[in-house]
Design a protein around this ligand. Structure first.
Ligand code: ATP
Ligand code: MG
Length: 268
């Protein structure tokens, strides 16, 4: 039997749309699973892109994170055991689009996800949260539940735009809701090594957030953008692609970064 552990909960956050949150949640999750970690991927976005990236149709599933958040169904009842080794999924569903409004009147509405995760936390090494592109209650729930935030940043012109708003939201959550929260790393995505712009943007992001940016970057890689339409992770679709190799390196880096923290917390 695997040794019990307490999962590191990681939120992928950026209110900007299309920066690579879901691509990272799915493929970093798959890379961590391949490295031997038990991973739960939790889709918090009404668009349900992570759910369909893994090959499931959000309309045909009879359970989702919605039931756990709004109807207080125990989270282990909505976990979907995929046919993948060490990679489980809590799917999203279209009803989630109304969840933020339904949550407004609920007690401790920012803590609903954190509480829901408590019952399954000991069964995984990493729990990855994929929220929608907004700073609404679903994202605030993700930040309140998380130990680490990874901020995917598209390596393009205006990459830094919106980041100060995100950082102040993270600080607010840390001050008022979740003192444990740490920015685990900014991850440069869709990096195009053929352009000077990518190198300039990367340097600028590193200057702005010294020590907080992952050493490894995710290249712009067509295989990463094709894999979702086959319902496959990059390791199923094209394990030799540059995207697959890059996410494996980021997984190693993440394991290193979270081990350092874990070493002091008395869990090992
Ligand atoms: P949203 O804010 O809508 O949830 P997101 O931040 O989750 O978006 P993704 O869905 O992961 O972003 O990516 C946006 C688009 O860019 C998708 O079509 C995805 O396939 C593509 N994409 C993501 N990363 C890469 C990459 N490294 N190379 C090429 N295409 C990529
Ligand atoms: Mg997404």
């Amino acid at each position: 039997m695997a040794t019990p552990s307490r999962a590191e909960i990681i939120a992928l956050a950026n209110q900007k749309g299309g920066v690579g949150k879901t691509t990272t949640a799915v493929n970093l999750g798959a890379a961590l699973a391949a490295a031997g970690c038990r991973v739960l991927l939790l889709d918090l976005d009404p668009q349900a892109n992570a759910t369909s990236h893994l090959g499931y149709d959000k309309r045909s599933l009879n359970r989702s994170i919605y039931e756990a958040l709004i109807n207080r169904v125990s989270l282990d009842q909505v976990i979907f055991i995929t046919n993948r080794l060490r990679l489980d999924l809590v799917p999203a569903a279209p009803e989630l689009a109304g969840a933020e409004i339904e949550m407004v009147g609920m007690l401790a509405r920012e803590h609903l996800l954190r509480r829901a995760l408590d019952s399954v936390r000991d069964h995984y090494d990493y729990i990855l949260l994929d929220p929608p592109p907004s700073l609404g209650l679903l994202t605030v729930n993700a930040l309140t539940a998380a130990d680490f935030v990874i901020i995917p940043v598209q390596t393009e012109y205006l990459a830094l735009e919106g980041l100060s708003q995100l950082v102040s939201t993270i600080e607010l959550v840390r001050d008022q809701l979740n003192p444990e929260l740490r920015v685990g790393g900014l991850l440069l995505t869709m990096y195009d090594a053929r352009t000077n712009l990518a190198a300039e943007v990367a340097a600028e992001v590193r200057r702005h957030f010294p020590g907080l940016v992952f050493d490894n970057v995710i290249p712009r890689n067509i295989r990463l953008s094709e894999a979702p339409s086959y319902g496959e992770t990059i390791y199923e679709y094209d394990p030799r692609s540059a995207g697959a190799i890059a996410y494996a390196h980021v997984a190693e880096e993440l394991i290193r970064r979270t081990r350092i923290r874990g070493a002091g917390s008395g869990s090992g």
